[in-house]
Design a protein around this ligand. Structure first.
Ligand code: NAD
Ligand code: AHE
Ligand code: ZN
Length: 370
């Protein structure tokens, strides 16, 4: 058993508490990782808010980390002590029906137990004052030490800065992947991106990489527009500046609608707008945002009958173990400017400030240093 400083979410809607937790050594097929840095994603806030149907408490949140392998359990062969890794909330076993389908990055190997907040053997490696704590998304990166399934780790080069490439564990990869993998935006296409947090801005970057001809960035917080333009947005739109529905604004701006749209907020009304601003006959809308328990999307079926397509994406359709090292290389070459996304750095003790900054719309990504 080792001691680890961790930010524990004891109950929904409460501040995280920095305490010393106990971490059991890794069992068969598991790996102990020392987290060096972690980003804070809106999904952490979503689960903390109590809106996540899979949210379990008390738990250690966090899923956007970078770390170093500290110990390996029996049978682990793909990583060794000292390797640098990015935890994956979308595992890649390479063998399940999903991994071998060639159609999805979703992997079923550990997903069921992951959603129950435990390791694949059904138990937790974390405890506090003798009582178990739940794992989160198979990653729990808000702890100095965490235990993951081997299949939930992408090995990356040792010279990649962990306090920057941690953002590739979720936000930046999700946004870029949604554009390049899920939508497969082609050169010259028109794109609308709703919500300019870490995900939406990364989607703008993806659209720039795809050489989209028009990238319309939409947010109700105009403070996000400068960075959106820096990443390649050609137009910025604040829905609050218009009397008519935002989908009508976008349709009018684009001679009938965009080729692709992306919802990066988690608001079901905006999801509808994102679909309805797509061009008749071929426009595709990708849902990235995560909506709360009980929420549902709706539109007139006629929107789909007339050729618009609604789809969604998890982790940008990226297969973590095989594809994430390529994203790290791109970041190292400067093709993915991670620094642009990092607006704040702070120690674990201040992690609640990172949540406040996110809710106030003042940060893109805060990186927590251990
Ligand atoms: P964020 O809080 O940093 O950014 C959200 C942005 O949306 C903010 O800029 C905010 O001003 C804007 N916004 C809010 N309401 C709006 C509205 N009505 N119209 C226009 N803009 C609005 O969040 P983030 O970390 O970028 O995450 C965005 C969403 O993506 C969340 O729902 C998160 O849970 C989800 N997410 C999904 C995946 C996935 O794999 N599908 C991965 C990561 C995050
Ligand atoms: N637990 C929620 C769903 C949460 C969700 O959709 N998570 C995204 C990743 S968000 C990362 O910031 C995801 O990858 N989903 C696919 C998966 O397998 O979880 C709920 O509604 O139950
Ligand atoms: Zn995330």
């Amino acid at each position: 058993m080792i001691k680890s400083r961790a930010a524990v979410a004891f109950a929904p809607n409460q501040k995280l508490e920095i305490v010393e937790v106990d971490v059991e050594p890794p069992k068969k097929g598991e790996v102990l990782v020392r987290i060096v840095a972690t980003g804070v994603c809106h999904t952490d806030a979503y689960t903390l808010s109590g809106a996540d149907p899979e949210g379990l408490f008390p738990t250690i949140l966090g899923h956007e980390g970078g770390g170093i392998v500290e110990a390996v359990g029996e049978g682990v062969t793909s990583v060794e002590v000292g390797d640098h890794v990015i935890p994956l909330y979308t595992a890649e076993c390479g063998q399940c029906k999903f991994c071998t389908s060639g159609k999805t990055n979703l992997c079923s190997s550990v997903r069921a137990t992951q959603g129950q907040g435990v390791m694949p053997d059904g138990t937790s490696r974390f405890s506090y004052q003798g009582k178990p704590l739940y794992h989160y998304m198979g990653t729990s990166t808000f702890s100095e030490y965490t235990v993951l399934a081997e299949v939930s780790l992408a090995k990356i080069p040792k010279d990649a800065p962990l306090d920057k490439v941690c953002l590739l564990g979720c936000g930046v990869t999700t946004g870029i992947g949604a554009v390049l993998n899920t939508a497969k935006v082609e050169e010259g296409a028109t794109v609308a991106i709703f919500g300019l947090g870490g995900i939406g801005l990364a989607a703008i970057l993806g659209a720039t990489m795809a050489k989209a001809s028009r990238i319309i960035a939409i947010d109700i917080n105009p403070e996000k527009f400068e960075i959106a333009r820096q990443l390649g947005a050609t137009d910025v739109v604040n829905p609050k500046d218009y009397d008519k529905p935002i989908q009508e604004v976008i349709v009018d701006m684009t001679d009938g609608g965009v080729d692709y749209s992306f919802e990066c907020i988690g608001n079901v009304n905006v999801m509808r707008a994102a679909l309805e601003c797509c061009h008749k006959g071929w426009g595709e809308s990708v849902i990235i945002g995560v909506a709360g328990a009980g929420e549902e999307i709706c539109t007139r079926p006629f929107q789909l009958v007339t050729g618009r397509v609604w789809r969604g994406t998890a982790f940008g359709g990226v297969k973590g173990r095989t594809e994430l090292p390529g994203y790290v290389e791109k970041a190292q070459r400067g093709d993915i400017p991670l620094d642009v996304f990092i607006t704040h750095n702070m120690p674990l003790d201040d992690i609640n400030k990172a949540f406040d900054l996110m809710h106030e719309g003042k940060s893109i990504r805060t990186v927590i240093h251990f």
